[in-house]
Each structure stands twice: as C-alpha cells, then as structure tokens.
Design a protein around this ligand. Sequence first.
Ligand SMILES: Cc1cc2nc3c(=O)[nH]c(=O)nc-3n(C[C@H](O)[C@H](O)[C@H](O)COP(=O)(O)O)c2cc1C
Length: 307
Amino acid sequence: MKKILVVYFSQTGQLTEIVKSVLSPLVKSQDVSLVFEELRPKRKFPFPWTSQQFCDVFPESFQEIPCELEPFSFNADDDFDLVVLAYTVWYMSPSIPVTAFLKSPEAQKVIKNRPVVTIIGCRNMWLLTQEKVKALIYDMGGRITGNIVLMDKAKNLVGIATIAYWMFTGKKDRCLKIFPRPGVSDKDIMEAERFGPIILQALLTEKINLDQAELNKQGATTVVPSYIIFEKRINKIFKIWSNFILQKGGPGDPKRQFRVRLFFYYLLLAIFLIAPLATLVSFIARIVSRKKIKKAVEYFSQNSLKH
Ligand SMILES: Cc1cc2nc3c(=O)[nH]c(=O)nc-3n(C[C@H](O)[C@H](O)[C@H](O)COP(=O)(O)O)c2cc1C
C-alpha cells in the first residue's frame, strides 16, 4: 500500500476541486491511501476581499513571509511515499499559507528525500512562483517529480477583469452576463482527472519515476513565451514595491496603509497603461531572441532548478 500526503490551501474551493479531480483515480485505487491536509491560517484571510486587504497581503506574499498556521493534523514522522503540494499563486509567489507550510519544521521532515508532485491553480502567472517553490523543496532535500498547472484561459485583460470581479464580490459568475466565468473552467477541472492514472502508474513502480514529459503530453504545463519576459519584469518591480511597503510595518499596520493604497493605484496603472505596452515589447523581444525564449520554454516545462 502506497501512502500519499496531500497538502493544499484553497480560499474559494477552486483548488480543492482541482486536487479532487486530479487525485480521483488514486482515491478509487485500493493500492493507495491518501492523507489530506488542508492548511488553516490562525488568522483567516478575508473573502471576498476589499481592494485594500487584497493589496495588504502583497509584501508578505511576494517576500515569502509566513503566517501562523493551526497545528497540522498529519503525522510528520509517517512514512509517506509521495507528497502532493497543491497551491495557488499570490503575487507571483505561493499563497502565504503554503509558504508557511514550506517553511515549517514538519515540511522539512516530510519533504526530505521524498518525491513531490506540485499542482498549481492560478490565473495565468506561475513560472517564477514555481521557481520559488522548487528552491524551497530542493533546499529541504526533496525532488519534484511532476508539475500540473491549471489556469484561466481567458485573454490577459479579460482574466484580470473577471478575477477582480470574483475576488471583490465573492461571486464566481459571469459579470454583467458579458464576461466569461472567472477562474479555471469547470471543463478543465473535470478533465484534470486524466493526470491521475499517470501518477498512479508511477507510484506503483519501485522508484516512483514520474515522467514530466508524459504529463506534458497530456497538457500538464503550458508555458506562454510572453509571460516569461513579463514575469521577470514584474518581479523586479514587485521587489521595490514590497520593500517600500514593508519599511512601514507588518500585515494590516495602519502606518503602511498609504503605501498599500499607492501600490493599488500602481497596479491599476500597470494593468491599463503599462501592460499593453509591455505586450508589444515582449512581442518584439520574442522575435529578436527566439532561441533564448525557446530554451526558457523548455526550462520552465521541466522540474530541475537552475543554480
Ligand atoms: C491576493 C491574491 C493574489 C493573486 N495573485 C495572482 C498572481 O500573481 N498570478 C496568478 O496567476 N493568480 C493570482 N491570484 C489568483 C489565485 O492564484 C487563484 O487562482 C485564486 O485566488 C483562486 O484560488 P482558490 O482555490 O484559493 O480560491 C491571486 C489571488 C489572490 C487572492
């Protein structure tokens, strides 16, 4: 009997649905037992968010500053054969509860010398987040053997509008009946079940050699070339903004609220003015450095970490 630890955090339940779908063939298998660990922050994050609350979690998300979690229910000394880590992206970083898990002594115990499968549910930007997660997992002596990413397939600006509507109203329906439904489509969530048998088959072999290429044949990761350039650029700007806000205090500190507000206005400006311009620049850069981009796409489609 193979034993899997499944760690996840989902605010609206979307990621939970994704996890359930991917793992349903394993749940049905008599050769596997699964231990589900839903992370529970001591201070709940709000949902729906106000724009101020949404921006106030930015510095800690981006700089990977953990929150406090309720004690875990799993036994970190259990002999798990595989760890499944399912996470959402907050500001190009793992969500704060997932960062808290990854920085806990219990994660150190369960991840060391173990294979890890990551499942990501996000809007569309996951490349540099996965680099951060890779770094934490490899630092603990774990190895990522598979990565499955589900994202919103709407065009970037449409996706921004619908996720803002979802996050700020709490409604996952079609805004004004004009926009598509926000988030990952129900069809994509349902069809994620196809990854389960691939994980199961690898799990039942001696060394659990999950093949990312096999998963990719089924569409496990999609690397959008323009986002490679985009994410790298945003990363640099986020570094400056997060330091600027943190200088004034920690989460919710009244002293930093003015800077948090400024960041919100910056985001609006970036979305409506800078993003279209950046798309054009990315388009030109892609033509100029085609070989470099091709290499980068190959890199982000696999699980090793560049040093
Ligand atoms: C504070 C916050 C920041 C987010 N930042 C990003 C981001 O940078 N990139 C992205 O693709 N999705 C981002 N998202 C969307 C989430 O990754 C996720 O798809 C959504 O919150 C639903 O996840 P759930 O299962 O926890 O409800 C963000 C969500 C929140 C709440």
